[in-house]
Design a protein around this ligand. Structure first.
Ligand code: SF4
Ligand code: SF4
Length: 181
């Protein structure tokens, strides 16, 4: 899968962008308001991507708490609330309408469930999935931080981060029957 290596280098990208932002603010007195406006505006195109690909604080928090998951309340809390950050609030609200979302190619999907198993949205919400028919698309959830772990996990190439207007996983009649996880 062509984007897999790039997605797996997300932490490197986040560190590089995060340090650049820190230097811009601390050394060159770039107003924090510019970062907030810019980070939020990016959400129109990508949704909440700032948190996991660009944010210096997000890098530190993820280093301390991990990437989030079903078994850790602390990790889930970090992913769900990101308390105190207006960029997270605004870009999270934009997740539903952002130009880019994770979309599922139902013709390539084998319902293996790997995508949902690496996604803290699907792991913590019964009504969200990346492949199960009739459920809401996890990438439309307020808390999807565009980590793209789901895209990297799919070795069938069925998931992509592309312009997509669908907010529901294809219905049972349209897609293949889902296997139980
Ligand atoms: S990982 Fe890919 S093939 Fe497996 S259920 Fe998800 S989208 Fe389908
Ligand atoms: S990008 Fe994928 S794995 Fe990450 S939170 Fe969003 S739907 Fe879940």
């Amino acid at each position: 899968m062509k984007w897999k290596k790039f997605i797996e280098s997300r932490r490197v990208v986040q560190a590089a962008v995060g340090v650049s932002i820190y230097i811009a603010v601390a050394q060159y007195s770039v107003p924090l308001s510019w970062i907030i406006v810019g980070g939020s505006a990016i959400g129109i195109v990508t949704g909440k991507i700032f948190c996991r690909w660009m944010c210096p604080m997000g890098f530190i928090m993820e280093s301390m708490m991990g990437g989030g998951g079903k078994d850790s309340k602390m990790q889930a809390m970090y992913m769900y609330f990101k308390v105190g950050c207006p960029i997270a609030w605004i870009s999270g609200l934009l997740n539903k309408v952002s130009l880019l979302k994770v979309s599922t190619d139902k013709s390539a999907c084998t319902s293996c469930g790997k995508c949902d198993s690496v996604c803290y949205i699907a792991a913590n919400n019964d009504d969200f999935s990346l492949y199960k028919p009739g459920l809401k698309n996890s990438s439309s959830h307020y808390s999807c931080s565009r980590c793209l772990n789901c895209v990297a996990a799919c070795n069938k190439g069925a998931l992509s981060f592309l312009p997509n207007l669908h907010t529901e996983v294809p219905s049972q009649s349209e897609g293949k029957p889902a296997k139980a996880r």
